[in-house]
Ligand binder design. Structure first.
Ligand SMILES: NC(=O)C1=CN([C@@H]2O[C@H](COP(=O)(O)OP(=O)(O)OC[C@H]3O[C@@H](n4cnc5c(N)ncnc54)[C@H](O)[C@@H]3O)[C@@H](O)[C@H]2O)[C@@H](O)CC1
Ligand SMILES: [K+]
Length: 477
């Protein structure tokens, strides 16, 4: 089952893998033609009613595969207003090859004729609201016709994501839908065929530029809409929490605060004037700071727990106590990870171990990423939390789905890149579901590293990544 948002992600990822949308449209059109053949015999009279988006484009392609049928095409609206290049190219191909194809600008001129089969390609997943004219009139005419109706992808007017139609919708007998079933189609009184259109599985598995489509910045955004992140860390190390907090800001958070020991706070301010520090007493985290941390955490959308914390016994006791009572969302990194398997918590955790840390958590070992993907999924299910296991291929799982991030390069083995990842992921987790936050975080962090390497080769330091995070996130659309 796939939603239209997710379909757009997969579609863009396929294009990045070298399978552009026009090619998918060709496969979709071919699948529509196959379906027509299974319903009526050659020579039959088929009317294609097409809209101006890619749903119509699929049907234009189908026509070329049905030369032994008597096909006529009605495009609703003016050809100049066809909304995508690939649909227009396929419309133009019908014209230059002199197929029976005409446009209908006014609903009063719409005449369905007396076909043996109607192909409904007015609207697919791009529908917004109730059908407008001339589509609404055409839908009524199609529903009144005394012949079977084959809908392309979804019946026009029907929003498959919500399973509802905002007004009149085509009442289809058959639906040929692409790549995967759409959520609401199963409830319809229609026979649904899922057609494989040649989208590689890698477009679903590997995180790609399509996943970045999930990130949106509304022009009406307010401060706070994109999240406030609390980084809890520092003690033996100062740089780590500073990097994570700056990465959260680069990753789009509106605010990042660092809760750290007093001894670290003074130094932190030297890293960046953008950092807001909430110190607690002492030179490392201990259980007596936990109450204060929980209060602070509740004022933030997400917590990044662990950078530079160290593994002192009382610091780990404090992490345990914190996680036991915390109920929000947290990215857990570095030494804090070892506590996760033994703690009972209602928190929604996104754990970011490298393979050594995963082993310490009792997690699986595998050198082959495919094998690791299965094992990480099982371990995530056991833990009940999202895992992002860092490596040349980052494996991300919520215990059900698995995503793999393969951006990044050997230059990124330098210290601090993990802190950047934790911070970026913490920011993303404020606006995205955990699995997507982890997947996009891994992709963006690796891509930032690739941008640094493209410009100056290896020998990068973690702060180089920070500057490249926004470009990695927003530059490639
Ligand atoms: N991976 C994919 O996403 C693929 C999509 N394909 C096809 O592309 C379709 C989606 O294409 P599009 O995104 O272009 O969208 P559609 O073709 O579904 O609809 C977009 C067009 O409809 C108009 N429109 C929207 N709501 C309307 C309403 N209520 N009344 C009248 N007109 C309305 C828009 O102005 C636009 O011109 C899919 O359903 C499928 O058929 C296939 O080509 C294969 C691959
Ligand atoms: K349709």
């Amino acid at each position: 089952m796939i939603t239209s948002d997710r379909m757009a992600v997969v579609d863009r990822n396929a294009a990045a893998l070298g399978v552009p949308q026009k090619q998918l449209m060709e496969s979709s059109g071919h699948a529509v033609a196959r379906e027509v053949r299974s319903l009526v015999d050659p020579g039959a009279n088929v009317t294609v009613v097409a809209g101006r988006g890619n749903n119509g484009g699929d049907a234009f392609v189908a026509v070329r595969f049905l030369d032994d049928y008597d096909v006529s095409v009605r495009l609703l609206g003016r050809p100049e207003s066809i909304s995508t290049d690939i649909a227009r190219e396929n419309w133009d191909a019908l014209g230059s090859a002199e197929y029976d194809a005409e446009s209908v600008g006014d609903s009063r001129d719409f005449d369905l004729g007396d076909p043996d089969l109607v192909v409904d390609a007015m609207l697919g997943t791009g529908v917004t609201g109730a059908l407008r004219e001339p589509e609404a009139t055409a839908a009524r005419a199609i529903n009144d016709a005394d012949c079977p109706v084959l809908a392309v992808d979804v019946p026009s007017g029907f929003d498959a994501d919500t399973g509802e139609a905002a007004g009149v919708a085509v009442d289809a007998d058959h639906v040929v839908t692409f790549h995967d079933a759409k959520p609401g189609l199963g409830d319809l009184d229609a026979r649904v065929t899922v057609a494989d259109i040649g989208i590689p599985e890698a477009a679903e598995t590997f995180v790609g530029p399509g996943d970045l489509l999930r990130l949106r910045r509304d022009s009406t955004s307010h401060k706070g809409d994109h999240g406030e992140v609390l980084v809890v860390g520092g003690g033996p190390y100062t740089g780590a929490p500073a990097l994570a907090a700056q990465a959260a800001l680069r990753g789009g958070a509106d605010l990042a605060r660092v809760a750290c020991p007093q001894s670290v706070a003074r130094e932190l301010q030297g890293y960046s004037e953008n950092l807001i520090v909430r110190p607690f007493a002492g030179d490392h985290l201990a259980p007596d700071a936990v109450e204060h941390l929980l209060e602070l955490a509740r004022e933030h959308d997400t917590v990044v727990l662990g950078p530079g914390l160290g593994a002192a016994d009382d610091s780990l006791d404090a992490v345990r106590a914190f996680l036991t009572d915390y109920e929000g969302r947290a990215v857990v990194d570095a030494d804090a990870l070892s506590v996760v398997p033994e703690v009972e918590t209602d928190a929604d955790l996104l754990c970011t171990p490298h393979q050594g840390e995963l082993r310490k958590m009792g997690g699986p070992e595998a050198s082959d990423w495919r094998e690791r993907a299965d094992l990480v999924r099982e371990f995530a299910r056991e833990l009940g939390h999202v895992l992002l296991v860092k490596g040349a291929y980052d494996v991300i799982s919520d215990g059900d789905r698995v995503r793999v991030g393969r951006t990044g390069n050997p230059g990124m083995t330098v210290g601090g890149t993990g802190d950047v990842l934790a911070g970026v992921t913490g920011a993303l987790a404020a606006t995205q579901p955990s699995l997507d936050a982890a997947a996009i975080g891994a992709y963006v962090n690796g891509r930032a590293g690739d941008l640094v390497a493209e410009e100056s080769g290896y020998g990068m330091v973690a702060t180089d990544l920070l500057d490249r995070v926004p470009e990695a996130m927003w530059g490639e659309r």
